[in-house]
Structure formats: C-alpha cells, structure tokens
Design a protein around this ligand. Structure first.
Ligand SMILES: [Zn+2]
Length: 93
C-alpha cells in the first residue's frame, strides 16, 4: 500500500483520490450500514467529524458512506449519529 498522501488543507484529496484508496484497501462498503458499493450504491466521502463541527479534511477523518447514510448523518457528530443508527434498526438500504 502506498503511504498516505499529504493533504493540502486548502484543497484536500479529491473524491477520486479517496475512492481509489478505498478500492485499494478493499474498503468497499458503507462504514455505517455495511452496504456494499456497486450498482446503485455509490460511495460518498463522509467527514467522520463534520467540517461544520471542526473536523478536518484529512485521511483520518474520511470514511466511505452510502448516499443514504451520508444524507442522514449530515453534520451530526459521532455520538449523535450512533444514536440515530441505533434507533433505526437495520439502517439504510
Ligand atoms: Zn450506509
């Protein structure tokens, strides 16, 4: 695996860079609901700690999420988001 590339905070990794790395790592499912990407399930780049809550656009704060999880998570912090996930049972499709 290549070393993680440094990120210019002004621009950060492109979506293509992030998706390519996840493919290389075979991290190819939603980090939150475990939906496998492919077909209609498109990987989106989620900021684990939202940018709006002070999270940084750096590798360690990025996770693959399906569109549904990304939309539901929005700007929630992890504690809030985990309570939402726990409350919705199976999670998203
Ligand atoms: Zn999901």
């Amino acid at each position: 695996m290549p070393p993680l590339r440094p990120i210019d905070p002004a621009h950060g990794p492109s979506r293509a860079d992030v998706v390519q790395l996840w493919e290389e790592l075979e991290w190819w499912s939603c980090a939150y609901c475990d939906a496998d990407f492919g077909g209609a399930v498109i990987p989106e780049v989620d900021h684990v700690t939202p940018l709006a809550k002070g999270g940084l656009h750096e590798w360690s704060n990025l996770a693959p999420a399906c569109a549904e999880c990304n939309r539901l998570k929005s700007d929630r912090d992890m504690a809030d988001w985990l309570s939402v996930l726990a409350g919705q049972g199976d999670g998203c499709p």
